[in-house]
Design a protein around this ligand. Structure first.
Ligand SMILES: [Zn+2]
Length: 74
């Protein structure tokens, strides 16, 4: 009497995931970059002006930042 379960292990197979490519040049490798967001004193929880880094990825070839990574909600 077999008691097999068809529970596929929840394992991330990164090779099957979509690779994001640069919309400008098709390059598929990206480098870390930062937007620097300036928080005005009015918006800041501390009441002081602040600069907050926001990590994004930029194309390693042409420097384009994919639009779908920019969700600034502005
Ligand atoms: Zn590019």
């Amino acid at each position: 009497m077999s008691n097999e379960q068809i529970n596929a292990p929840v394992e991330l197979d990164i090779s099957k995931a979509d690779t994001i490519t640069c919309e400008e040049c098709g390059n598929a490798s990206f480098i870390q970059a930062f937007f620097l967001k300036k928080i005005s004193a009015l918006m800041s929880p501390t009441g002081k002006e602040a600069i907050v880094p926001m990590q994004v990825f930029s194309c390693g070839n042409c420097g384009t930042i994919p639009k779908n990574m920019i969700n600034l909600g502005e």
